[in-house]
Design a protein around this ligand. Structure first.
Ligand code: HT7
Ligand code: ZN
Length: 880
């Protein structure tokens, strides 16, 4: 497969205003008849071009032009492209193809899950269903007739509104669905099978009634209540915050166990990984409830940002994904805790996206080239993309941003557009110049911001000197300066917020940095302040600003910006961790806990002004990923060892406080379980206390009393959140006692696949010795299934990405394991295999032995015959 470039974009030569499909389902031999009504594109640059349709893995039975069957010599078909020469400006193409959904294990196109049929067409799956111009700028009105056996497929669904249904001979029946909104084929969906639905309705702000339905396998009936409630909340929120109303008569969701990603926003017929739909208090944790709400909202919000206004080409993926992530982040922030949501999102950016930006797969938010688009559904496109939207929101303010969004929808409803079009709408609605800002879309890498400050007591002025730089990435050596909104505040030494002015403005929320080096003067600063910089993570940059432990402690205690409190705590902890790592590498193991960190954490734990969820998330030490990014070469054993040791010391030295809170929060518990923000926060803090209480230093035995506490919580829990937290704490502390609980858990939940994912993941992430042998054994366990992406993620990714200590073991066994898994999975599901291989892309950051170990596996994978294009792109870029 060749590299394709954004600069080579050409508008389609032909448009397909209407498409009629007739799909006759059979597990191994489904027939797809398509009629495409084609028209030359007046904006095409190729006036006499043939019609070119994509098609892969299709057995062509019939091809006709304007009703006349074509002989093989009248068209060309090579390398997935069907080319039909046509003289006229309009024509009709009819095709009949046969496909085999049962053999489709790549879960792309039409496939089977638990005996039901479903589709996944983004990004390029529709070409595996029928011949079509499979590109997002060809938008068509689809009418789809689905035909299936009445007994095997009582439910027949496709996008849009139901037009007709009825019986056919031979035990078959049909349903015809019409979607009046032109859409690219990646938003096409078809679902059929033995399904039951939870039904409800929603009345839009203009008074239209929308029928809502969530379809699941019969055994999962009764687990959709939370998803349905979340959907209705999201629908209302989009009306209130963005003025966006739903447009079809119905909105349908299907949950399936076999799915490559989280969910898919097909027009009016979303398909979800069951992990993001099914939830009962006994089977799902608070985190699951939370992510279900977020993913349901995300897919729903795509109806406007993605479906009504879609992408011109796949380089513009962030147009819909970055914007929709921003919208789902805002939704979650509005309905639950804004600071906690921000902290979680920033953790993801720092741990995952910054690492991606520093690795061989680094790419801009709008990539300039790719080989396989499936490899570009990344943290950069999604999460850094959302940060770009957030910065524009900061620069324009809420009202200005909304004006820009309104103009964007007004201008582009029904069109396939670019990131430039989006930014132009924001700019035009606000008379704001975003020309320089747009470098964020085209320059990869994480900018670094170096700040120094000097206080001039006589003049009551604070002088800030700022310098920005951005490391070279494989695609670009030199970067031009970015526009960086730097939100800031000043604290007095007693913790009060100090006022100041800048360029005649009182207390501006942020400064706008545009130069490589830039000085700012803050006036009317009454005393030497402690600076709170990058408030609310106002830009996705690495900030370098020296602050003493005392200054960080003050911010941890008093910063008015909750994100700033958290960040100060992370910084304080990071300093202690890096010191400890230095000592550890020099052979010292008696690493001690700095008093500032201990007192800061203790004060945070006791701080009743802050809500429980915030305290819980702020008590977590920086992630191993984030710590690792501060080291060269990265020593995963040292990172794990020192982090674990500091956690254990905190657990021991603050034991009375952790126990006190643990008991008090237990008494305050709402029984039976309810999922509310407040209750989930209370559980999170209590389980954080338990985690610290059970944490023991590496290779040290767990405290018997604390183990008993964990076992008691496991036994008494009336919900999965508390049960799993206790199970995890015991499993990570003691093999024997952990095993007993794991057995019990298995016996209770072995028939529930989503719960079994938790059981697998917990074992794979266990840092105790011997985990790899267990993981290998679990590959043969009856609950494991290599063909199911959730199972692979639970076992293989949990080991290779979450258990860095074991994965990077010196003997290289972890590397050998991952190589074997990737090679095996790539034969039937390249998307999942390539995602699993991601840890190898970081090989250059490790010491010489580990580098050599990972590199050898990458080379071996590359030499194998018949590897997928997806995997090949990742391997070649990694080794380059
Ligand atoms: N837009 C959806 C992306 C997606 C996807 C992409 C490639 C392969 C399989 C996939 N399943 C879903 C999901 C979203 O971001 O909303
Ligand atoms: Zn999305």
């Amino acid at each position: 497969k060749k590299t394709i470039y954004l600069k080579d974009y050409l508008p389609p030569a032909w448009l397909i205003p209407e498409t009629e499909l007739r799909v006759t389902l059979a597990p191994e031999d489904t027939q797809v008849e398509a009629i495409l009504h084609c028209k030359r594109n007046p904006h095409s640059k190729e006036p006499n071009a043939a019609i070119v349709l994509n098609g892969e893995r299709l057995q062509l039975e019939r091809l006709a032009l304007n009703g006349r069957d074509l002989a093989a010599r009248e068209y060309g078909y090579a390398e997935g492209l069907l080319s039909i020469p046509v003289q006229a400006d309009e024509c009709t193409i009819a095709s009949t193809v046969r496909i085999n959904p049962a053999a489709n294990l790549e879960l792309d196109g039409l496939y089977r899950s638990a005996g039901n049929y479903c589709t996944q067409c983004e990004a390029e799956g529709f070409r595996k269903i029928t011949f079509f111009p499979d590109r997002p700028d060809v938008m068509s009105v689809f009418t789809t007739t689905v035909i299936g056996e009445k007994t095997a497929c009582p439910v027949l669904l496709a996008n849009g509104n139901l037009r007709e249904q009825g019986e056919l001979a031979g035990g078959l029946h049909f349903a015809t669905w019409h979607d009046p909104f032109p859409k690219p084929c990646y938003l096409f969906a078809l679902v059929a099978g033995n399904l039951v639905a939870l039904e409800d309705s929603f009345t839009t702000k203009s008074g239209r009634r929308v029928a809502l339905a969530i379809y699941v396998e019969p055994r999962n009936a009764g687990k959709c209540g939370h998803a349905m409630a979340a959907l209705k909340t999201a629908m209302r929120w989009d009306e209130e915050r963005f003025g966006r109303e739903y447009d079809l008569d119905n909105f349908k969701i299907l949950a399936v166990d076999d799915f490559n990603m989280g969910a898919m926003e097909n027009k009016g017929l979303n398909v979800f990984n069951s992990k993001y739909v099914l939830a009962l208090p006994e089977t799902a944790t608070d985190t699951d409830f939370d992510s279900i709400g977020g993913v349901i909202a995300h897919e729903y919000f795509h109806n406007w940002t993605g479906n009504r206004v879609t992408c011109r080409d796949w380089f513009q993926l962030s147009l819909k994904e970055g914007l929709t992530v921003f919208r789902d982040q805002e939704f979650s922030s509005d309905i639950a805790s804004r600071p906690v949501k921000r902290i979680r999102d920033v953790n993801l950016i720092r741990s995952i996206q910054f690492r991606e930006d520093a690795g061989p797969m680094a790419h801009p938010v709008r990539p300039a080239s790719f080989v396989e688009i499936n490899n570009f559904y990344t943290a950069t496109v999604y999460d850094k993309g959302a940060e770009l939207i957030r910065m524009m929101h900061t620069l324009l303010g809420e009202a200005g941003f909304r004006r820009g969004m309104d103009l964007y929808f007004e201008r582009h409803d029904g069109q396939a557009v670019t990131c430039d079009d989006f930014v132009a709408a924001l700019a035009d609605a606000n008379h704001h110049d975003f020309t320089q800002f747009k470098r964020w879309y085209s320059q990869a890498g994480t900018p670094e911001l170096f700040v120094t400050s000097r206080y001039d007591a006589a003049g009551g002025r604070l002088l800030l000197r700022l310098r920005q730089s951005c490391p070279a990435t494989p695609d670009m050596a030199e970067k031009k300066p970015f526009v960086i909104p730097l939100a800031l505040g000043l604290l007095a030494r007693d913790g009060r917020e100090l006022s100041f002015s800048h360029a005649g403005r009182k207390n501006p929320a942020f400064l706008t940095i545009t130069q490589k080096e830039q000085d700012f003067v803050l006036d009317e600063v009454a005393e030497e302040p402690v600076l709170s910089l990058l408030r609310n993570f106002s830009a996705p940059v690495k900030l370098h600003f020296d602050q003493s432990d005392e200054e960080l402690s003050l911010r941890l205690g008093y910063d008015r910006d909750p994100w700033g409190r958290w960040d100060a705590g992370q910084h304080l902890a990071l300093k202690a961790l890096m010191q400890g790592i230095e000592q550890f590498r020099q052979g010292h193991q008696n690493i001690t806990l700095p008093d500032t960190l201990k007192h800061g954490m203790a004060a945070l734990l006791d701080d009743e002004r802050a809500d429980a969820a915030f305290r819980a998330v702020s008590l977590v030490l920086p992630t191993e990923n984030w710590i690792g990014q501060q080291m060269a070469p990265l020593d995963p054993e040292a990172v794990f060892w020192v982090r674990q040791r500091l956690r254990a010391l905190l657990g021991q030295e603050l034991r009375p406080a952790f126990l006190r809170h643990y008991e008090a929060l237990g008494k305050a518990a709402h029984r039976p379980y309810v999922y509310t923000t407040a209750e989930a926060g209370r559980r999170a803090l209590r389980n954080m206390c338990l985690d610290y209480l059970l944490c023991c230093a590496p290779e040290a035995p767990a405290d018997a009393d604390m183990l008993a506490l964990g076992e008691r919580q496991y036994r008494e829990a009336d919900n999965m959140t508390d049960g799993l937290a206790a199970l995890s704490a015991v499993v990570n502390a003691d093999r024997e006692r952990g095993d007993a609980l794991l057995q019990d858990f298995l016996a209770k939940w072995q028939t529930d696949p989503l719960v079994m994912d938790k059981w697998l993941s917990l074992q794979a992430a266990c840092p105790l010795p011997g985990t790899l042998a267990r993981v290998r054994a679990l590959l043969r366990h009856p609950v494991f299934d290599l063909k199911n992406p959730n199972k692979v993620r639970a076992l293989v990714a949990s080991f290779c990405a979450l258990n860095q200590r074991q994965f990077h073991a010196r003997d290289g066994a972890g590397y050998e394991f991952l190589k074997a898994m990737v090679a095996k999975i790539d034969r039937f599901n390249p998307q999942i295999a390539t995602r699993m291989a991601a840890p190898f892309t970081q090989w250059r950051r490790y010491d010489a032995d580990r580098q050599q170990g990972m590199r050898a596996q990458l080379e071996e994978l590359l030499q194998a015959e018949d590897i997928s294009d997806d995997l090949k792109e990742l391997l070649e870029k990694s080794l380059w």
